[in-house]
Structures are given as structure tokens and as C-alpha cells.
Write a protein that binds this ligand. Sequence first.
Ligand code: ADP
Ligand code: ZN
Ligand code: ZN
Length: 749
Amino acid sequence: MAVLRVEPLTTARALRGPFDYRQPASMGDLEVGSVVRVPFGPRKLLGVVVELAATSELPPERLAEPIEALESGAPAELVRLGLWVAREYCSTPSRGLQLVLPPGTGTGGRTVRSKLELRAEILPAGEEALSGGGRLGVKQRAVLEALRAGEMSGGELATAVGSDRQTLRRLEQRGLVATRSSRLRRAPAGSTLVAAAKRPNLLPEQQQAVDAIVAALDGEPLQGRWAENVHMPDGIGPSAAGSAPKLLLHGVTGSGKTEVYLAAVEAALERGKGAIVLVPEIGLAPQAVARFRARLGDRFAVLHSALSAGERYDEWRRLRSGEASVCVGPRSAVFAPVRDLGLIVVDEEHDASYKQEGDPCYDARTVARRRAEDCGAVLVAGTATPRPETWLELPRLELPRRVDGLRMPPVELVDMRGADPRSGPLHPDTWEALEGVRAAGAKAIVMINRRGFAPWLTCRSCGHHWSCPNCDVSLIVHRHSGRLVCHHCAHAEPAPRACPQCASTTLSRAGAGTERIESLLSERLAPMPVFRLDSDTAAKRGAHARILARFGEAPSGVLVGTQMVAKGHDFPEVTLSAILDADATLRFPDFRAEERTFAMVAQLAGRSGRGEAGGEVIVQTLAPNASSIEHAARHDSAGFLAGELERRRLLRYPPFSHLVRIGFASEREGRLDSAAAAIAAELREALPAGSDLLGPAPMFRVRNRHRRRILIKAGDREGTVAAVREAVERRAADRSLREVSIGVDVDPQ
Ligand code: ADP
Ligand code: ZN
Ligand code: ZN
């Protein structure tokens, strides 16, 4: 007897499978990864077959059979990966498995299926009826004549000759046509507009990088003929790195990294292997996707959240069936069912969007490594601003210059400590440079990493300060919508005219966000147009691309916005980029603050001077001596990373330790404190030696929920994660802690 071990897809942490079912004779062979609907007590649940067994501990007569099997399931390799994610990130098997199932499986609503269409073909008897003058109705004749040119779908026949289902059915009954039902592809927009793209001749350093990746695909050891192009990190011998083919492609912006990825993907395809290319959410601009599609044609599939459910499902199936072999997509595409995976590319590997914020808080970069190891695939992480951990661990390929031969733009640090506060958020030097851009009819990008008009509203007379009723944070003034908005919850209220406490109408809107900068620039730089790009203006579908397109088409203009303006585009007419309040990110109490600031400044600097006219970069800051800002201004990643790694080593931060964060939230503060204290006490006993536990520390309230946080610095990652998982699972079963939600974040960002 065949026994199926089925993990139910349920959100309940306490309900943990797998449970045994009997393989029904009627259902064909179910495999690991099949999705089945099973009876579960009085309910019916969807579940995933995670294992096949010969026998069960239960007697055969007590085993139930699945009710049905869904059309598609996941490959066994991905079932393993999903269960690994569940364990590694302290989540549930169900949540881990959800990541690898066909899009739309079992998440509430109805399950997505293939769309079928009827296709008809003329039979010899039909040809005879046409020529021999058999008795045919007008519609029947029209259909047969149309089919003479070849097979057509029901829909096509309806448009061409106004036929209906009934006509077709009659013709089929008379043996004049044959019909079959065929899968209809719901293709993402742009799929049919494939302009074959020509391959540029690669620069020598691009070619060397491609050669190294291809050698890795062919399983050649690192010591081989291409070793001289590979930079080994300190402390890693070539033999150690050679066992796992993972490479860092370090290239300044515009150095032609994408061309290297494309050539590597083509090499993988030539070897009968598939590939995944991960890009940041924002990198999925239609132009970027079109570039891949143009080169890879039908072998290419794209998976992202802007597709309809049907499109996503069909793209997934094309990969699963092997019809397509390359998947481009954001972090979730690391779970794409690509067959014979040979290569995983992680573009812009420093990008924070690779980390999922909800449970399971997986990091697509870590999952990519795991999957590459499991499949024997080559991993290539590319960026201009590598993360310290990648720099330390991966052998490196360098693209040191821009393809266009232009120099990196000079960066001017503008010290705001001496600036007159009355002159506003832009320094006189910045204004001067912007006016120069206007005079030259060129373009500029201005970045400030805060949206809205002003981050604080206070009453000048009594000092009343507007803050969120649900969260312990200030409300942000949004002038465009005339509201005060909380950036942590959905709270919004009309902007007041007067103070509710003293009725004064003298209110002060302090600080600056994108809206205020937009309005200052519009006033002073008229008639030069100003375009604002932030999550408010880009909220509607397609708005992000439209704003960039308008900026691109304008003869001259300024693009102002949040970090969004530093990514995913290439405008040669931009001769100035300016970043305001560059050290805002440094003020976060976070060990990654330096790393983030460096990446942000360096990425924005890469957006300027991509054309003949050259360019410059202005960085306004209160911390001109901060290591991240100084090094970014010199375009010196190696220098920054050396210092940053030293600092991390001293403070024992990643990559010299592993961090695990446990977050607690509840409306009831007493229960919250006792839950956090209990878990902290338990973990102090259970954690492996060499782990430090910090907290529980209070965090500011969000959505009316009080919060606490525990942070663990661990040497032994596996042992620590296991201890945390056990502690959290024990609490999940504890009814007295029902009102406290507990979330675990391994490798928090
Ligand atoms: P990156 O990904 O490093 O920012 P891209 O691969 O996007 O760089 O290259 C920047 C621009 O240079 C693109 O327009 C690309 O088509 C072009 N390019 C890349 N490599 C070459 C080459 N070898 N010859 C000519 N143009 C190239
Ligand atoms: Zn007041
Ligand atoms: Zn709020």
C-alpha cells in the first residue's frame, strides 16, 4: 500500500503534520509536491504531499483518501526548499510550502487553473462536404471554409465568421470537424512584442567575467586558467571557495553587469540548464524586462506581483513544464520551478527588498545560496555596492570602469552644519548648481528620503504637537492631499487650521519631505518642470513608469523623490544629482546604517553624468566625516568595506555573528511583558554557548499595540535558531499568551 504524508495548508501554528493518507487507486500516481484536498476531521483542507511511504503507523482501514488532486503541484526539490525555509526562519511548514506552490494555490479564494480553449480542425469528410455539395447550413459552410486555412480556436472562429459553440458541436457530430481542448496562455503584457536584440561586443573585463562564470558552470575549479581574474577575499583560499561556485560581480553602475548576466544565462541554456535572475522589485520596470525578453525570446518567463493571477499561474506552468527555462522576477522568483537549474543571478544584491517582511521573514539571497547548493547551480551576486558579508565571503569578479568610458562623476560634500537655517533645506551651493542645470537645459535628480511635506507639525503658541493616536510617532503633513498621515498605520486626518488646545492659527510645519522640496524647486526653477517620484505619486499601477517616462521625454527638468529616484533607470541627460540630508539613514540605531548610507549615496552618484555632458554629485550632510559618506564620495567601495568589516568584527555583528530578533506585540501590556520575559528567561538557559541575548527592550507603539524586542547575537546559527523555534512553538500552544503575537526574524535587516 502506498501512503501519502500530507502537510495541511493551514495558518494554525499548533496544527502540525504531516498526516498519513492512502493513495487512491483512482487518482494516478501522486508524488511529492502534489497538492491534494483531504478530509480532515469534519473539514476539508488543501495539503501538500511531502513524503511517500510504504507503511503507516495507523492501520490501513483508518487511513482516509484524498478527495481530489489539483492540476499542478510543486517539484520535489522545491518542497524540500519550502520546508527548509520554514525551519530556518522559524515559521510553519504550511507557510514555507505556500512559497513554492503554483501561484494562487489555497490562499483563500478560489484556486487558479489553466484556461482551456476549444480548437477545431477540418476533417476529410468536411472537405468533401464543402466540395461535394453536402447539405450545409450557412454558418456551417462558413466555419468549414475558414478551417480550410488551418486549425482555429472557438474564439477566432467566432470573430472571423460569427460561429457559435452549437455550430461546432453539430459539425463534430457529423464527423466533419474534430475539436480538442487546449491550454490557452495568458501572457503578460509585452510578451508578443519581441524585437530581437543584438549582442554588443563585450569589453575584455566583461568577457573575463563571463568566462569565469562559464568555467564555473562547467565545473572547472577556481585555480584554473581564469584564476587571475578572480579576486579572493582575505582569508579564503581558492580551494575553499572552489567547492561552491558562488561569485560576486562587483561593477560600478553602468559597467555592463546586465550584459554579463545575459551572456551567462545564454551559456547556461546552451548547456541545457535553466536560470533564475532575481532583481529588486523596482528593477522590474518594463524596459528592463523587455531587455531580457528580447534576448531570450520564448525561453523567458517573468513572475511578479503586477501580473494577473492567471498570467502568473501560466508563467509558472511554462517553467514547470520546461517550456520556458529562464525566470526573471523579484525575491519570490527564487522559488520559481525552473528545471535543471544551472545558474542563479542576484542583481543589485545589496537591495533591501530581497528580505521578506512578513512571516516567513526569508532572505531571498540566503535562499538562493541554499537552492544553488542543493541543485549544484552557480550563484552570481552583482552590485556596485556589495554587502560586507558578500565582500568577505565570495570570490570576486571586477568591472572597474563604465562601458561608455566616462569617468565616475566628482562628488561634492556640502556641510550643512554651517548653513543658515533660514535659507531652507537646500544649501546655496545646491541652488547654484541647479540653476546651472536650468541654464544649460539639462536634467537633475534630487533625492530626499522622506515623503510628504513636513515631518512635524507643532503649535507655535502652546507647543502642541500632532502625533498618531495609534502609534508613538509624529504625523506627517501631506499638503497635496491636505491631510496629516501616519507612516506606520493607516491613520489620516484633515490638516488642522488651528490648534485644538489654544485655538492659535500659527502652526509650524518643520522639516522637509519630497512635497516641500518639489514646491521649492518649482517656485525657484520655473519654467523648468519638476517631477515627483515617491510612493504617493507612484501608488497607482504603472504610475512609476509613467513618471520616469515623462522625465525622460522632457527636454529639461528635475526629478525629485525618495530612494526610488536612485534606481532602475538610465538618463544620459542628467548632469547633476543631489542628495539632501544624506545622513538621515545614519541616525537610525541600526548596525546596517553605515552600509545603507554608503549604498544610497553611491547608487545616486551613479545616476549622474551618464552622457557626454558629464555630471556632478552634491551630497548635503550634517556628517561629512562619516565613513560611509566620505568613501561613497570617493567611489571607494573597497576602502569603505575594509573599515566597515573591521568595525563589525570588533562589535561582533554579522558577518562575524548571526542575529535573531524576536518581536512581541500586544494591546495588553501586562501580558506582553510576561510573554517577553518568559521567553527571554527560557532562552537564556537554552541558547548554545557563545550567544548573547539583549532585551526584552521596549519599542515604540504601532497600531495601538505595545511592542518589545529581543535580539540575539549568535555564533552557532543552527543551534540558536532551533532553540528559538522551540521556545516560540511552546508559547504558541500556551492559551494565556493568545493575545500576544510573536514574530521571529532571522538575519534581520
Ligand atoms: P549595469 O547593469 O552595470 O548598470 P548595463 O549592463 O545596464 O550596466 O550597461 C549599461 C549600458 O551599456 C546599457 O545600455 C548596455 O546596453 C550598454 N552596454 C553594456 N555592455 C556593453 C558593451 N560591451 N558594448 C556596448 N554597450 C554596452
Ligand atoms: Zn496651541
Ligand atoms: Zn499610526
